[in-house]
Ligand binder design. Sequence first.
Ligand code: HEM
Length: 409
Amino acid sequence: MNPASTAAGSVQPLPERPGQTVSAGDSGCPYLVVRDPDVVRDILHRPTDFSPANALVAVTPLAGPALRVLQRVHFALPPVLASNDTDTHSGIRKVVAGFFTPATVAAMEPRIRELAQEAARNAADQLDATGQVDLVQAVAAFPPAVVMLELLGLPVRDLTDLKRWGLDSMELFWGWPGEDRQLDLAHSAADFYVWLRHLVAESRNAPGRNLFKSLAEHGLSTPEICSLGYFLLIAGQETTTQLISTTLFRLLDGTGPVGWKDAASEAGSRTMVRDVLATESSVPTWRRVAAHDTNAGGIPIPAGAEILLELSGNQVTAPAEPENLPIPAQAARRGQSTGYGLVFGSGIHRCLGAKLAELEAAVIVQEVAMAVPEAHLQEYQPDWIRLLSFQAPRTVTVANSPRDRAHPS
Ligand code: HEM
């Protein structure tokens, strides 16, 4: 990818137009925003009319210094999977899907539970020892990364770097960083890319089965494998971390349909994960671009129009918030659910990790709710990750009781 040629411009407030299915960016928003679930689904099922080519495009134009940092390491994201609108997509998808079959994911449940119990125990120990614990770092951050690497046959290492690189790259490509911030983020993305290229080289000759070796056998070049790895090593774990973070936060702030005690049951945790997916998923929006002059929801759409599809939540009916919020802050508001059916996309690019993400989230939430039954939220207004297509609280800090909350040690 040449990030310079792919920028979509900055995002302005969404026009508030209840009932409208497709809203043009007449307030400076560079996207046609589609909220009606039927129209969203229709667009996702017409990949020749609505291409995913802009899926990984930088939302904010990258300035020269950041671009040079990326170019120095030959950073490139050629279309391979999520942004691939050619007929090579289905073969590549099949190779990746082979690592996430329903049987493989189901067989992983005991390992997920083992990791969840270990993390939950550590959280409980930290809570006892210090009087408080951030559940994002203690339980949400690492188990999804370990599970993903194990499923892909890749070495489980450098997890702290991986988590930081993932968040930085999300902000670089889906956020609104100024020039100085872009430079920091570009250095991080470049480090990630170099690490990835070494891992790809190592994996090609490693014993046993791993994703990168399988992709090389399928005929993909090293830049293509790196491109897929760059997307998957972020999408395959940070989105789940964010889903878990929001689920824990809503359980503890008491605004969900399930209470903390009920989340300790399998049914309770599953219900709550589904509710968060439907109302404020970690991936609330996704993009498409019109491949030629076409139409959707009864309105004409010109070739090249960038489209933002709402997958989760309903901002129109959300409670009052300042009108000048950018899209991600609006998307973070808890409105009426638009339903669960679109949260993992739909059609030929539908998420390959949907079952895994839900399973991981439900198991981890359940184990934490069991391990720290007296936990109370300490910070009701934490800082949130708010990007065009990703959202979650950065921290979910709890204390053991309202008394500890008032007097944290
Ligand atoms: C809560 C967690 C997750 C959410 C909300 C989510 C959501 C999404 C969405 C909205 C898409 C775009 C679908 C489309 O264009 O129609 C997608 C694509 C994808 N996701 Fe996920 N995802 C999550 C977790 C995961 C995990 C855990 C993995 C793998 C381990 C994964 C792998 C993928 C892949 C490979 C694609 C691209 C598929 C293709 O283009 O053919 N995702 N995801």
